[in-house]
Design a protein around this ligand. Structure first.
Ligand code: ADP
Length: 246
């Protein structure tokens, strides 16, 4: 948690998010403020609305109603709900990183190309993007594996590639969906260490869906959902948590 986050308003401020699928209420008026530099775990039973909330917060699938204010340092405050699709996609690519359990990495591409892709989409020229990707991979212990395709990597290595891709663009908010869910516990713990280092360790925010209490316990804050309602919001390691959402 960064000291300066005390002075900064929430980087993401979600108010009264509502989403229904036919008769199913997936989000029933969720309010959530996320601080810069904070790690937040979203927990709850299957079907409680975790993925819907994560996708809403990340501007992937907007809720039916509510507001979602993104307030990044040095940038104008925006309500994602009010942006047109194209502008929202651009903002998402520039400001958010994603580490999901599976998918998102392109199996036909090498590790380096997967990471470079995130930069090229944002306008970096190929050569510069590949050089930056190589550095990002090396920093995560993948030197020598840049040219391997994703299928030629272990699950833990593939997640490192995903983390490299999520952080190489400088995105200040990283969303993760069960990032260690497919890994054995030792590899999962290693990947979680790296994910925390690359996010909160650099003053970024991490918003993570997890079923695993040991993973959640590593986060500054845990919120629990039940039937689309946020039923608890607890902070841990209070000695290190100096920020407060308003
Ligand atoms: P969780 O991630 O906690 O398992 P979800 O957010 O995926 O929960 O789903 C919340 C509720 O919304 C569930 O009842 C689920 O069946 C429903 N739901 C989610 N996505 C869809 C969809 N695309 N179509 C219909 N129902 C959906």
């Amino acid at each position: 948690m960064l000291e300066n986050s005390v002075d900064h308003p929430p980087v993401l401020n979600a108010q009264d998010l509502r989403r229904s699928f036919g008769p199913t209420v997936a989000l029933n008026g969720v309010n959530l403020k996320i601080s810069l530099g904070e790690s937040l775990a979203i927990m709850g039973p299957s079907g409680s609305g975790k993925s819907t909330l994560l996708h809403a917060l990340a501007g992937i699938e907007l809720p039916d109603s509510g507001s979602l204010i993104l307030d990044l340092p040095g940038q104008s405050r925006v309500n994602l709900q009010e942006l047109k699709d194209k502008a929202r996609t651009k903002l998402r690519r520039e400001s958010f990183g994603f580490v999901f359990q599976a998918g998102l990495l392109i199996p036909e591409l090498t590790a380096e190309e997967n990471v470079a892709m995130a930069l090229m989409i944002n306008g970096t020229a190929r050569q510069a993007a590949m050089a930056q990707a190589g550095q990002a991979l090396a920093a995560l212990g993948l030197a020598g594996m840049e040219q391997r395709r994703i299928g030629q990597l272990s699950g833990g290595q593939a997640q490192r590639v995903a983390i490299a891709r999520a952080q190489v663009t400088g995105a200040m908010v990283v969303f993760a969906d069960e990032p260690t869910g497919a890994l054995d516990s030792a590899t999962g713990a290693e990947v979680l260490d790296i994910l925390l280092d690359c996010t909160v360790g650099q003053g970024k925010s991490l918003v993570m869906v997890t079923h695993d209490p040991t993973v959640a316990a590593r986060c500054d804050r845990v919120v629990k959902l039940s039937d689309g309602n946020l039923i608890s919001d607890s902070r841990q390691g209070s000695s290190t948590f100096v920020g407060q959402t308003r």
